[in-house]
Ligand binder design. Structure first.
Ligand SMILES: Cc1cc2nc3c(=O)[nH]c(=O)nc-3n(C[C@H](O)[C@H](O)[C@H](O)COP(=O)(O)OP(=O)(O)OC[C@H]3O[C@@H](n4cnc5c(N)ncnc54)[C@H](O)[C@@H]3O)c2cc1C
Length: 291
């Protein structure tokens, strides 16, 4: 059985990649995402390309995280091999079959991949992890001598803490999110206040980041952060598919909206119909009384 190569980091998504890779039956080898410090996606892609050739790997897998997708897109570009992103199932063969998530997880696509070496990223949190960890056994030091200087042109050279947020959006148990209905950058003061009282994080819709009211790191949705808090409070957000793709993992959704017919009502567990500029401060005032 031909070996399979997996790009590994500390994420659960890496273990999901190993789970799918083991469906091939052959030995699983792996390369660490942090094999090159600081992170340089082209250099990691170059290492993967060299390791896959050395091993004659039948496929290359990676977690469908930002970094995993980044490296694999670069690997696809440099090798000319097709990449199937966000897969939830694979079946080896010629052609190779995949099931993958599209449209922020709202559509499951079955596809055939005609490729001598399929490149696969695995959708995070999409199925139970079954596999033992893969041995991290590719000798990166040996391969490093074969990498070109240009492969280090893109690299992380600084880390900046997210502005103001005490609780990270991805991990917060409560997220209070604002949309176009908040009306302005300054309008977010009441959203921040409520989030603070609940020990939660502030989120927002894409309209808000496009208007420059909040940074992109606060955006919830298909092209923002995907979250799964215990409670999601959506204030002045209509509930577009692309927004719901980011918050449908919430255990409970409270919608505060002036429009009782807004699409978000179909997903909301609780709703308050009215002007958020009155309702949000009223909720904060009640919480203060209890505290
Ligand atoms: C490829 C693609 C990717 C996208 N990715 C994302 C994404 O990641 N995240 C995302 O959010 N969007 C995304 N979008 C945009 C998405 O389609 C919507 O345009 C966006 O989510 C709408 O934002 P909104 O709900 O804030 O605004 P609107 O749709 O304009 O809704 C505003 C809501 O506020 C209510 N309202 C107004 N005033 C008040 C008030 N005073 N009190 C209470 N309620 C009030 C209105 O009734 C309305 O329901 C994407 C779109 C595309 C095409």
């Amino acid at each position: 059985m031909a070996p399979v190569l997996v790009l590994m980091d500390q994420s659960k998504a890496s273990m999901e990649a190993v789970t799918l890779a083991r469906r091939f039956g052959g030995p699983v080898h792996s390369v660490r995402m942090d094999a090159i410090q600081p992170f340089a996606p082209d250099a990691v892609a170059a290492i993967l390309a060299l390791a896959a050739n050395d091993l004659n790997a039948s496929a290359v897998f990676a977690p469908g995280t930002d970094r995993g997708n980044d490296v694999m897109a670069r690997l696809a570009a440099r090798t000319g091999l097709p990449l199937a992103a966000n897969c939830v199932d694979v079946a080896p063969g010629t052609p190779f079959s995949v099931s993958r998530q599209r449209w922020g997880g709202s559509l499951l696509e079955s596809a055939l991949l005609h490729s001598p070496r399929p490149l696969i990223t695995v959708a995070p949190n999409s199925f139970p992890v079954e596999a033992e960890p893969a041995p991290i056994d590719v000798d990166v030091k040996l391969l490093l001598t074969q990498i070109e200087e240009g492969d280090f042109a893109v690299c992380v050279n600084d880390h900046m803490a997210a502005a103001g947020g005490k609780v990270s959006l991805a991990e917060a148990k409560v997220v209070v999110s604002g949309g176009r209905g908040v009306g302005s950058k300054e309008g977010f003061a009441i959203i921040e206040e409520l989030a603070g009282l609940l020990g939660g994080a502030v989120g927002c819709s894409r309209v808000v980041t496009s208007a420059g009211w909040r940074p992109h790191s606060d955006q919830v949705g298909q092209t923002g952060t995907k979250i799964a808090p215990d409670l999601y409070i959506a204030c002045g957000i209509s509930g577009a598919t692309q927004h719901m793709a980011g918050c449908k993992g919430a255990k409970r959704i409270l919608a505060i909206n002036a429009d009782a017919e807004a699409p978000i009502m179909q997903n909301a567990d609780y709703a308050v119909i009215g002007d958020l500029k009155e309702i949000v401060p009223a909720i904060s005032a009640e919480i203060r009384k209890i505290k």
